[in-house]
Ligand binder design. Structure first.
Ligand code: BMX
Ligand code: ZN
Length: 315
């Protein structure tokens, strides 16, 4: 049994996942429970503390063996101050998460953005193992991102670096408003939400597509229709893939990462997504910057968040 353990919390809009890891990023135990964010920040923070203690107890460790706690949270976080400045899905504004959890748990607590910790998790024990410079995207409700430079999360001025979903890539003439308030963000076209919106719009415009027959459209439906040669669905998938690949070409020029990792629900589309992403990347990235660079799926799935959050106290 590991002597010291690291606790990682993945705080989502619907559930809180707690993972216990050893110092090698091996996941030892998991615990999950509802977030119930409608009860307010204080109740959610109490619940996180409660789940952490339960996870440790359930796995048979003593609380004294916990070397540190980390939490990954979707939203714009001020890491320096340990504050969640804005998290739309939790309905939080200026919540001092680090201070509050440290008081409740009596341990050092580090917080970071959900996609930043997923990137760290993949770098530690997933698709980026052994790679020091990588960029990870999570394609889910939103488009999250994390940049690992020299083996560590690149945090930027306040800790908000890596918001890859909010790179403005769609030209004005086609741009729509993003949840962040700006226009043309990658998230508006390459997230599950964006893909569903494009599909609904096509149906409303009266396009001839099998998607029109569905009572409710999911991103998975759009990928399935595309692989069954539905032209509307194929156009939507190429658009989502094009802007993703093009954003990677920008990042390659800027940061010269060795690998791009793509996770989140939408990445399960597999080669249907990865082939056009790689083609676009190849088209726009200068030759020396794309040589030996690959674009691969994430491997840790839903565990990336809590593994990476546990790693916040190690890297
Ligand atoms: C949004 C933004 C990011 C987050 C990303 C992925 C909020 C609440 N979230 O761009 O901080 O990393 O979504 O989040 O502002 P997910 O909900 O898709 O996992
Ligand atoms: Zn945005």
């Amino acid at each position: 049994m590991a002597n010291q353990i690291y606790v990682g919390v993945d705080l989502g809009g619907t559930s809180i996942k707690v993972g216990l890891c050893d110092e090698n990023g091996q996941l030892l135990h998991k615990y999950e429970g509802p977030t119930l964010s409608e009860e307010g920040a204080e109740a959610v923070l109490d619940r996180i503390a409660d789940y952490c203690r339960k996870a440790v107890e359930e796995a048979g460790y003593a609380w004294e063996q916990v070397a540190g706690v980390g939490a990954g949270i979707a939203g714009f976080l001020n890491i320096r101050e340990g504050i969640v400045e804005l998290s739309a899905n939790l309905g939080w504004r200026d919540v001092p998460v680090k201070k509050s959890l440290e008081e409740k748990l009596g341990k050092t607590v580090k917080i970071d953005n959900d996609a930043n910790v997923a990137a760290l998790g993949e770098a530690w024990g997933g698709a980026g193992k052994g790679i020091s410079n990588l960029i990870c995207y999570t394609l889910g409700t939103g488009v999250g991102g994390g940049i690992i430079l020299n083996g560590r999360i690149y945090q930027g001025f306040k800790g908000m670096a890596g918001e890859l979903g909010h790179m403005s890539v769609v030209p004005d003439i086609e741009a729509i408003q993003c949840s962040c308030g700006q226009f043309g963000c990658l998230e508006t076209v390459s997230s599950a939400t964006g893909i569903i919106r494009m599909a609904k719009n096509a149906v409303e415009r009266g396009e001839h597509t099998s998607l029109a027959l569905l009572p409710k459209i999911t991103a998975k439906d759009v990928f399935e229709a595309a692989s069954a040669h539905d032209e509307t669905a194929q156009r939507i998938v190429s658009r989502a893939a094009y802007y993703l690949g093009r954003s990677m070409a920008h990042l390659a020029a800027m940061l010269n990462p060795e690998r791009f990792i793509v996770g989140g629900g939408v990445s399960h589309a597999g080669e249907l997504l990865f082939v056009p992403v790689r083609e676009t990347f190849d088209k726009y990235a200068p030759a020396p910057l794309k040589a030996d660079v690959d674009i691969v799926p994430a491997t840790l799935g839903n565990d990336a968040g809590c593994i990476g959050a546990a790693g916040l106290n190690l890297f």
